[in-house]
Design a protein around this ligand. Sequence first.
Ligand code: PLP
Length: 401
Amino acid sequence: MTNQDLLKIVQDFGSPVYVYDAEKIASQYKRLTSAFKKVKQVKFHYAVKANSNISVLKFLHSLGASLDTVSIQEVRLGLEAGFNPTDIIFTPNGVSLEEIETVAEMGVQINIDNLSILEQFGTKHPKTPVCIRINPHVMAGGNTNISVGHIDSKFGISIHQMPLLLRIVENTGMHINGIHMHTGSDILDIDVFLYASEILFDAAKNFKTLEFIDFGSGFKVPYKKDDIETNIEELGKKLSKRFNDFCGEYGRELTLAFEPGKFLVSEAGKFLVKVNVIKQTTSTIFAQIDSGFNHLIRPMLYGVTHHIENISNPKGKERFYSVVGYICETDTFANNRRITEIKEDDILAFHNAGAYCFTMASNYNSRFRPAEVLWYKSEAHLIRKRETMDDLLKNQVLVSM
Ligand SMILES: *Cc1c(COP(=O)(O)O)cnc(C)c1O
């Protein structure tokens, strides 16, 4: 997509607006499948929480992806988008037994991450296949160190609880068909990831009826120039070999699964905003945009640097700006950032706006959530309307007094 395409989208659909490039999603998907082409059965469950627009889901379905979901509502969105229940895995954390039972009844693969629910579910539904989420307590410690992931993590069943886990499985006679980990941290050091995988392989040997091993996600994408990203090709080469060897040891062809969110959609997204005001103070030039952390919370929540480009003046002279929002609270997107000269009414594009951006948006300051557009086959398709006053008032009840 060119800057002209993006500017036209703002003209047609207004600002702020999220735009997703379907071609970029497809090329990222292709990278994943090529990296693991040596494994016979591979499944990529796209993590819906990264971007849950049903048109984005439908596009991923057309590519052959399956889904990873963390709530029953995400499961329903997936069904709405055309996925079969059997193409969905449900990997929640801390949800009720009732929600898990309802999702299981829909025919979705469930993944249980604590011993209490495992025992209750196994007792009531010993025939329903269940995947177990293991916490291997491994994460990258700075450079190349391997350190123990914090033991207090709320995710997964600790690998140290394997004896109790096995006792529950045996006592209930339940059917374990998958084993899973999602360490959540960025995979920068492939050896650390492989080390965690070894723990998972070891755990897998305890179960005789596995059909798949799910390695979760953590694929890192670059957010700014010179950022390191996961070397997916190298990971593919090393893990595929190890996985195929393991299947040999295990005595059965298993499916290798991943749950990429960010990797598939982050770079495909741009968030387009308009500059309302240029405000020069004694120390700083502020560019104030028609958005805030209500629409894009990642810089304030996680300190993430989103690259910002002035697409109205891409060739201009660079100056230093602080890019801030319009809500009544500190909402800084960039501090002292070098950007080509900005004038009022210019359109800025935030990069990496495809993952965890719209899905985390809110109505704070009673602002409407932005529109979303899918750039598909060189055409802009509106895939979510901008909210209106009706949306803000919906579900509110004016009490009689
Ligand atoms: C969030 C999540 C993912 C996706 O993580 P990314 O970093 O976006 O790839 C995968 N699996 C589970 C269980 C998750 O909670």
